[in-house]
Design a protein around this ligand. Structure first.
Ligand SMILES: Nc1ncnc2c1ncn2[C@@H]1O[C@H](COP(=O)(O)OP(=O)(O)OP(=O)(O)O)[C@@H](O)[C@H]1O
Ligand SMILES: [Mg+2]
Length: 276
């Protein structure tokens, strides 16, 4: 089981959309996926329709370590979710005041053998809840929006988050490698050139702790439309005209780059699925 946490030092950059769509394409390729909504604003929890709803969710999972009764099933086969069940936002405080609070999610997830991949969506604000999500991960994925394309700003902010948590390795929670993903890229800018300069500056600044993926996710209406229709974006846009790659192409490329060990039949399987 591999845990991937989607995080950023900024809000509104596309974390939830990315988490949902990554989960969607992995599930459609036959991989057993668990989504974890670790944001008190429960956007991911209602992204896809729920088929079977459990009464509890993240709060119970983290505070008790119990895995029974915290998992809900979405209408997408292979895609389950731990919803955010903390409307009053008490979990953040609980984590702060519990000695091993920040590593609770990591340990709780180890009781879930039946998933191949767990995707944790976090809130874009620094705090104990975000720390807990980051520390649960084997691998971190961070969308980088064009506004933050000052490479050094991205590298410094993100490194700050990682460095602060680095000492947790002594408590058995080493911080995972972080992949930056150039996200919501406008057609008018030279994505390749920006990605290259970002890659260079980030590598220098982070001494290899952060790397930038080659895949670039464009800004297109498909991502918003698919969210409204409550379906994974690769199903919504399996093809498109023009130079911008379709969502199926983009998401496939992302999975291949991020998880090269996964089935290379991915695209064929998913294409059959979306066109049938
Ligand atoms: N590739 C894309 N192209 C265009 N718009 C996008 C794309 N991905 C996401 N969006 C839009 O960007 C907005 C922010 O996305 P999202 O809610 O996923 O961000 P977030 O990082 O989870 O925000 P928060 O920090 O508030 O949780 C949404 O309106 C979403 O529809
Ligand atoms: Mg979000």
């Amino acid at each position: 089981m591999l845990v991937i946490t989607i995080c950023s030092t900024k809000g509104g950059v596309g974390k939830t959309t990315l988490t949902a769509n990554l989960g969607g394409i992995l599930a459609d390729s036959g991989i057993r996926v668990l989504l974890v909504d670790a944001d008190i604003q429960p956007t991911l929890s209602s992204y896809y329709p729920i088929e079977t709803r459990s009464k509890a969710g993240l709060h119970r999972l983290v505070t008790t370590g119990e895995v029974d009764g915290v998992i809900s099933q979405t209408t997408i086969p292979n895609l389950d979710i731990v919803v955010s069940d903390d409307p009053e936002g008490t979990l953040e405080n609980w984590i702060l005041h519990t000695p091993d609070g920040r590593v609770r999610l990591k340990h709780a997830l180890q009781g879930l053998g039946e998933y191949d991949i767990v995707l944790v969506d976090t809130q874009g604000a620094v705090g104990a809840l975000q720390d807990m999500g980051v520390l649960a991960a084997d691998l971190l994925l961070s969308p980088i929006p064009p506004e933050i394309l000052s490479a050094r700003e991205f590298a410094r902010g993100t490194l700050g988050m990682l460095e602060r948590l680095r000492p947790m390795q002594h408590l058995g929670a080493p911080v995972g490698h972080l992949h930056g993903l150039v996200y919501r890229m406008d057609r008018t800018v030279d994505a390749r050139r920006i990605a290259d300069s970002l890659r260079k500056a980030t590598f220098e600044e982070s001494r290899g702790a952060i790397s930038i993926l080659d895949t670039v996710v464009p800004a297109t209406v498909a991502y918003r439309e698919a969210a409204t229709a409550r379906v994974p974006v690769h199903r919504w846009e399996p093809r498109r005209r023009g130079a911008t790659p379709c969502a199926l192409e983009t998401m496939t490329s992302l999975v291949r780059e991020l998880l090269p060990h996964l089935d290379l039949q991915l695209k064929e399987t998913v294409t059959e699925e979306v066109t049938s």
